[in-house]
Design a protein around this ligand. Structure first.
Ligand code: NA7
Length: 472
């Protein structure tokens, strides 16, 4: 009920979510309902890929070129291209030679995939792998899971929404939303205390047990020093590892599933029956952390001299996060500056909203904004509101051009990197730092200073007549 829009109180009140973690069809129904209710369909052009966006300094217009060769011009260009939308097809030799069926979790066929009686390989154990592995295992004859890095998986404890719980949330929606905005991740999770080390082991474990029973991401917020104290973090890391050891029957498999990196270094996953799945006779975990995958053969997956023959290959290999979708468009600003070139050593953006050299271009949840470290929907809404206000401000004053100032941008990028380097997220390889894409510079992509600090800064910039931007 909180990973949803809040811009319309009527919408919040009238919509009913069937489950705590609704399935794809329910999410699609909600998106369709929003488009119906706010009459958005006439403003949306589907099945259209933007190939190029070119700025003209004389006319102060963007020209946007689409895949069908059409062009259109616009005063403002708002890139709402998504943080996790540019699919990562892994660079594994032989992938195109595989004779069976290949699916990427992010490009799933609408009609579904029939796994009944099939031998299946899944590559990748992030959120997408974690959530699809137990479901596929229910149908497959046999499944091999190829794991490069083990992740922490909290139980979703998914269940139908109870009517009294729904009524209580709806009666207090605005107040609960306001509370969430004051919390670090934009989610309202109760914080148990400032430090995991300030309480006894018994008390700590009681808290962790309660959050395991609660399910989902609430454990993230238990103690405020999970990102700053390795010892504090390790208490939660070990709690989850012990849960894995208790659930998984084979101790060797349990050790392979127990993550080595700190909890919350990579993105915390939420799943249903994930660890139990490894107790099934038709599921085999293959550890590729040291050796990787040699190649994909026409028959299956080759690892360290062994060939695992399969009928279906599922790539749960994630995304070129945060910058990927933007870099896949040829965006050119003043003096024909290409965004790909400007960002060759890592993204440079002022507040994740505007980019020096790219006037009148806004990015929704761009790099250097809290985005993927927060509840995405409120973060998207905050950007949409900020950008709308900014455009209104410009129209009211007959201004035609706004551009992030290069010095303000450099200072913000330095601040984003400072904060990123201080968190324990910097201690492992993750897509937050671009490490999952070969050759991508290791730079923190989201702003790790929290939602309240960030929104305060954005509000101050706007109140100050858009300080750090040059308006003409
Ligand atoms: P993730 O979280 O990036 O997970 C991708 C997984 O695929 C991860 O386990 C990777 O291992 C693995 N991977 C990626 N490339 C390879 C290669 N070449 N060989 C072996 N294994 C590989 O993507 P998801 O789609 O699961 O989740 C993304 C977000 O979507 C998620 O956080 C939710 O917000 C929704 P690695 O960890 O890099 O060693």
């Amino acid at each position: 009920m909180f990973y949803s829009y809040q811009f319309s109180e009527e919408l919040q009140q009238e919509w009913d979510w069937p489950e705590r973690y609704p399935a794809q069809a329910d999410l699609a129904a909600y998106a369709n309902h929003v488009a119906d209710r706010f009459e958005l369909w006439p403003d949306i052009q589907f099945e259209t890929r933007v190939e190029r966006a070119i700025w003209d300094d004389e006319t102060c217009l963007w020209t946007v070129e689409t895949g069908d060769g059409a062009t259109l011009s616009a005063r403002f260009c708002i890139m709402a291209t998504g943080c996790l939308s540019a699919v990562n097809y892994p660079e594994i030799d032989g992938l195109e030679d595989f004779a069976g069926e290949t699916y990427h979790t992010a490009h799933w066929p609408e009609a579904g995939v029939d796994f009944v009686g099939k031998r299946v390989a899944v590559i990748g154990t992030g959120s997408s792998g974690v959530q699809s592995i137990p479901v596929i295992a229910d149908h497959a004859a046999h499944m091999h899971v190829f794991q490069r890095t083990a992740n922490y998986v909290m139980p979703a404890q998914n269940r139908p929404m109870a009517p009294d719980e729904v009524a209580e949330i709806k009666a207090n929606y605005p107040a609960l939303r306001a509370k969430a905005k004051q919390s670090f991740s934009g989610n309202y999770f109760p914080v148990a205390g400032p430090s995991a080390l300030a309480v006894s082991e018994e008390e700590r474990n009681r808290e962790y047990e309660a959050r395991w029973a609660m399910g989902g991401l609430a454990i993230m917020a238990t103690y405020a020093d999970f990102q700053t104290s390795e010892a504090a973090n390790e208490t939660a890391s070990e709690f989850i590892r012990n849960k894995i050891r208790a659930i998984v029957d084979d101790p060797e498999v349990a050790e392979l599933l127990a993550p080595k990196q700190l909890f919350l270094c990579k993105r915390l996953c939420v799943g249903t029956d994930y660890y139990d799945t490894y107790n099934r006779d038709n599921v085999t975990l293959v550890d590729i952390s040291e050796v990787g995958i040699d190649r994909i053969t026409p028959k299956g997956v080759a690892v360290d001299g062994d060939e695992f023959e399969v009928d279906i290959l599922v790539l749960a290999t994630g995304f070129d996060a945060v910058t990927g979708a933007l870099k896949r468009i040829d965006i050119r600003g003043t003096d024909a500056l290409r965004l790909q070139d400007k960002w060759a050593d890592g993204p440079k953006s002022y507040l994740g909203l505007g980019i020096a050299g790219f006037p009148n271009l806004f990015t929704v949840t761009g790099p250097g904004s809290p985005s993927v470290l927060t509840n995405m929907i409120p973060s998207i809404e905050q950007h949409v509101e900020w950008i709308s206000d900014c455009i209104e401000h410009m129209c009211a004053r007959h201004l035609s051009r706004i551009e992030a100032d290069a010095d303000a941008e450099a200072a913000w990028v330095a601040h984003v990197n400072d904060i990123g380097d201080q968190t324990l997220r910097a201690t492992c390889q993750s897509w937050y730092f671009g490490s999952n894409i070969p050759g991508k510079p290791r730079v923190i992509l989201p702003y790790a200073g929290g939602f309240p600090a960030y929104t305060k800064k954005c509000d101050a910039v706007a109140a100050d007549g858009y300080s750090g931007f040059v308006l003409r």
